[in-house]
Design a protein around this ligand. Structure first.
Ligand code: 5RP
Length: 236
């Protein structure tokens, strides 16, 4: 499985959505890194808002024009990756811990395009990835106890210490036995004290660019998604 070239195919196709003069939100992750490379080559004349310090650094190094979210609270387009995408275009994001800002730039955009390799398409969310939850360090233990009533939470660590997000908070990854109502769970997690935001994104994605061995397929609705997934599953 050459998922790196599949990611690149999705990123390159989605880059074509960008027009000169647009204000475009950039998420983060390895697929978005490929998008930033494609944009620096194909679409240098738009203005970009990055959701993470790593995307911002790469975009700056490759010469993209950057601005802050405080300057443009209405974006023309946001392009981002995902850890899982279901047939309703609901997502799990935030494996890299940037989902809080990513949700903001998705909410603020007229259109949201998601770029993934085909292995990220699932019938039901939570099959392969836990749900990342950004929590306030002050309330860590209390919030983890509350999350344990919903699923199995684990504090994310790096080099033996808690992983710290760009916002200075911690990340807790929660496994659920079954996510049957993603929108309800998204709200329920966010109602807990100490939670900043979680990585379930519902009702935000408009279009999915799925990279695979033969290029990229653009998925615009549930029917197209399920047809593509069935074919992908039969290929293995
Ligand atoms: C980061 C994200 C990423 O978009 C998601 O984790 C996918 O990353 P990658 O493209 O590296 O597979 O949500 O917060």
């Amino acid at each position: 499985m050459d998922t790196e070239s599949w990611k690149a195919a999705a990123a390159r196709e989605a880059a074509k959505l960008v027009r000169d003069g647009m204000v475009v939100g950039l998420g983060s992750g390895t697929t978005v890194a490929k998008l930033i490379e494609a944009l620096s080559e194909l679409r240098p004349d738009a203005t970009y808002i990055a959701a993470s310090s790593s995307s911002e650094r790469l975009a700056r190094d490759l010469g993209l024009k950057l601005t802050g979210f405080e300057n443009h609270q209405q974006l023309d387009l946001t392009i981002d990756g995902a850890d899982e995408v279901d047939p309703n275009f609901d997502l799990i994001k935030g494996h890299g811990g940037a989902h809080t800002r990513e949700k903001i730039i998705a909410e603020a955009a007229r259109r949201v395009a998601i770029i993934v390799d085909k292995s990220k398409l699932v019938r039901r969310l939570g099959q392969r990835f836990p749900v990342p939850v950004e929590v306030l360090p002050f309330a860590k233990d209390y919030t983890i106890k509350k999350l344990a009533a919903l699923g199995s939470p684990l504090l994310k660590t790096k080099d033996g210490a808690p992983f710290v997000t760009d916002n200075g908070n911690y990340l807790v990854e929660v496994w659920f036995k079954r996510i049957s109502n993603a929108a309800k769970l998204e709200k329920k997690i966010n109602s807990l004290p100490g939670v900043i935001d979680n990585g379930i994104f519902t009702g935000l994605a408009d279009v999915i660019f799925a990279g695979h061995e033969d290029g990229c397929t653009v998925l615009r609705d549930r029917r197209g998604f399920l047809k593509f997934l069935k074919q992908a599953e039969s290929k293995g």
